[in-house]
Design a protein around this ligand. Structure first.
Ligand code: ZN
Length: 139
């Protein structure tokens, strides 16, 4: 395990734009405020979603698309730098009309409504390809 102490810097709350992409909205906030490291939580609803599942044997993401209204019962993620770009690593638990849930790595989703809280850190977090997992993990 690698760990470091972080000093929190700023906090933001944001309302995500109706019709915008969920993850792009979070990255847009990070770009606007020059945030290279942060942790966030969010909730709301989306009109569709592309969820990725990481196949640990194949070391590849599998995409699953849902074209239906979903509640964002919970969303958690962080901001870090990937190939020099700000990347919002985003996971979500989504619920259907029935109350059943879907969950995973949220690649994209069309915002119906969304509320975000973000706490930023002073030092940047940087991702790089990790050999054992095939994932882009923090250095
Ligand atoms: Zn993920």
């Amino acid at each position: 395990m690698d760990y470091r102490e972080v000093a929190s810097e700023q906090e933001f709350v944001a309302r995500l734009g109706h019709g915008a992409d969920w993850r792009a909205e979070i990255e847009s906030l990070a770009d606007d405020e020059d945030v290279d490291a942060a942790w966030f939580i969010a909730m709301g609803a989306v009109q569709d979603a592309d969820i990725w599942y990481y196949d640990q044997d194949e070391k590849e993401y599998r995409e699953v698309q849902f074209d239906e209204p979903l509640e964002v019962a919970s969303c958690v993620g962080n901001i870090s730098l990937l190939d020099g770009e700000r990347f919002a690593h985003t996971h979500a638990v989504l619920s259907r009309r029935s109350g059943q849930t879907l969950a995973g790595h949220l690649d994209s989703a069309t915002v119906f409504a969304g509320e975000l809280y973000m706490r930023t850190f002073e030092e940047p977090l940087v991702r790089e390809r990790d050999q054992p997992t095939g994932l882009d993990l923090w250095l």
